[in-house]
Write a protein that binds this ligand. Structure first.
Ligand SMILES: Cc1ncc(C[n+]2csc(CCOP(=O)(O)OP(=O)(O)O)c2C)c(N)n1
Length: 287
C-alpha cells in the first residue's frame, strides 16, 4: 500500500492513443481528489481490465487489479474490510456491464458506499474494438461487420430502475462538468454510478467528440429538474438520440449496507485487534 502521499502525482506518462477520452477522465479525477482534499493513502482505486484500467498507473494512490469484470466485487469487499477508505471503481462498459453485469445488479440492491466510474467508450477497446454492451444498434464493429443487431444497455436507466441511489452521466470532453459530477458522486452516501461518455478514437468512428458535442445537454440547466423524482429521472435516462442529457439524474438517501451491518458499528474491521482469535484453527483447514 502506498503511504504518506498527498499530491496524486502522475507516476508514468500515459500511453493511451492520442485523443483518447481517458486523458480527460484522468484530469477530472485528479482535480476531484484535490477538491475533495483526499490524501492518496485514504484512496483505493479498484480497476477492471481494459484501457480504462491503465488509469491507475498514471496516478499515485493505492489500487487493486482483479479479474476482468470483477472490480465491483473486489471494491465491495475492500469497503467492508475498511469502511474508512474512499473506494473508487474504475471500470469499462465491457468490464462493468458485460463480464461484470451481474455484480452491478446486486450492488444496486446492497448500496455500499462506493464511487463507480464507468468509462463508456461503447467498445471493448483494449482487445481492439469488439462490440460491447453499450454499442449502438446498427453500428459496424469487428464483431458486427454488418451492423449490430442487439439493443444497447443503458447503465443510468438500469441503475434507476433497479434501486440505485445515485445515477449520473458526464462526458470526458467536459473536464469541469466531469470533475463536479465525480465530487457529487463521492459525496453521496451509498453506491454512486457515473456513466462517463468518451470517444474511442481508434475503434469507434460513430460516437466521436463531435457526435457528443452536438447532442449533449446539461440537466443542471433545466430550471425545474430536481433529481429526486424516480420516474422523471428514468424517462430522462432513456433519452438517447438527437439530444442526450448529462448531469445527476437521480439521487436518493438510503441507509448503506455497511451502516446496517452490526459487526461494523465498532469501527473498520482492519483496525480491530486480532488477539483472542484462533487463526491457527482456521489456517489448519487450508493446509
Ligand atoms: C475473463 C476475461 N475475458 C476476456 C479478457 C480479454 N479482455 C481484456 S481487456 C478486454 C476489453 C475490455 O473492454 P472494456 O471493459 O470496455 O474496457 P476498455 O478497454 O474499452 O477501456 C477483454 C475482452 C480477459 N482479460 N479476461
Amino acid at each position: 500500500m502506498t503511504d504518506n502521499l498527498s499530491n496524486h502525482n502522475i507516476l508514468h506518462k500515459p500511453n493511451w492513443c492520442p485523443g483518447c477520452g481517458n486523458f480527460g477522465i484522468l484530469s477530472a479525477l485528479k482535480k476531484a481528489f484535490e477538491k475533495l482534499s483526499l490524501p492518496s493513502h485514504k484512496i483505493l482505486l479498484v480497476e477492471g481490465i481494459g484501457c480504462h484500467g491503465h488509469m491507475v498507473n498514471f496516478i499515485e494512490t493505492n489500487h487493486f487489479e482483479g479479474l476482468h469484470g470483477r472490480p465491483l466485487a473486489v471494491a465491495q469487499g475492500a469497503k467492508l474490510a475498511n469502511h474508512d477508505l474512499n473506494v473508487f471503481v474504475i471500470s469499462g462498459d465491457g468490464d462493468f456491464l458485460g463480464e461484470g453485469g451481474n455484480h452491478f445488479l446486486h450492488a444496486l440492491r446492497r448500496n455500499i458506499n462506493l464511487t463507480c466510474l464507468l468509462f463508456n467508450n461503447q467498445r471493448y477497446s483494449l482487445t481492439t474494438g469488439q462490440a460491447s454492451p453499450t454499442t449502438e444498434k446498427g453500428d459496424k464493429t469487428k464483431t458486427s461487420p454488418q451492423g449490430l443487431i442487439e439493443e444497447p444497455l443503458n447503465p443510468v436507466a438500469l441503475a434507476i430502475a433497479n434501486g440505485g441511489t445515485f445515477a449520473a452521466r458526464s462526458f470526458s470532453g467536459d473536464i469541469l462538468h466531469l470533475t463536479d459530477i465525480i465530487i457529487k458522486a463521492h459525496q453521496h452516501e451509498g453506491l454512486a454510478i457515473v456513466d462517463i461518455l468518451q470517444p474511442c478514437i481508434s475503434f469507434n468512428k460513430l460516437n466521436t467528440v463531435e457526435y457528443f458535442r452536438k447532442r449533449l445537454y446539461k440537466l443542471e440547466e433545466i430550471s425545474n429538474y430536481q433529481a429526486d423524482n424516480r420516474l422523471e429521472a428514468y424517462e430522462r435516462a432513456l433519452e438517447w438520440g438527437d439530444k442526450i442529457p448529462i448531469g445527476v439524474f437521480y439521487r436518493k438517501e438510503k441507509q448503506t449496507y455497511e451502516n446496517a451491518l452490526l459487526t461494523l458499528t465498532e469501527g473498520p474491521l482492519v483496525s480491530r485487534p486480532l488477539g483472542g482469535i484462533d487463526l491457527e484453527g482456521v489456517l489448519k483447514e487450508y493446509r
